[in-house]
Design a protein around this ligand. Sequence first.
Ligand SMILES: [Ca+2]
Length: 178
Amino acid sequence: MKRQQGVGLVESKTIKSVFTKFEQDKRIELKTPYANQYAGAGPQTLVDGQIGSNEYRGTEWQGFNGQDVEMLIELNQAKEINAVTVSSLKELRSWIFPPKGMEVSYSVDGVNYKSLGKVNFKLTDRDETAKRLELQLDVAPTTVKYLKIKVLNYGACPDWHLGAGNPTWIFLDEIVIK
Ligand SMILES: [Ca+2]
């Protein structure tokens, strides 16, 4: 599988259920509300270590309709990071499109933010197979405590889609900071 340096949307590996203890090392404050019917497991769903299956109705996924998804992540402790990964679902039959990109900024004091970078993704296929995709921003080692992440909505359903012109969904299950 090819992956470009610094930017990539890679198909995730199949995750089997393993009973390892997950230590929550961060908390999230969503600035964009999720749809009530796709609330996942509640407010901390995206940082709880639980990865979604290909079934969007599960409790692992949160759904956001027709808008960018903005969030604030606070790490328990400031640390040096190398990558920010946002995991999303592609399920075109259900009008769930992968994000067209994301923008990330960071802060140590929670007041002054600088851009960490952005990643773009272009949808190049119409494959209707449900698939979990990871949008990753690789960065030079940077010490952060807070991250503002904006996950960009694909936009209206394209001309070739059954829902042409209508808003698309973003479904997210986990944010990983490495
Ligand atoms: Ca999760």
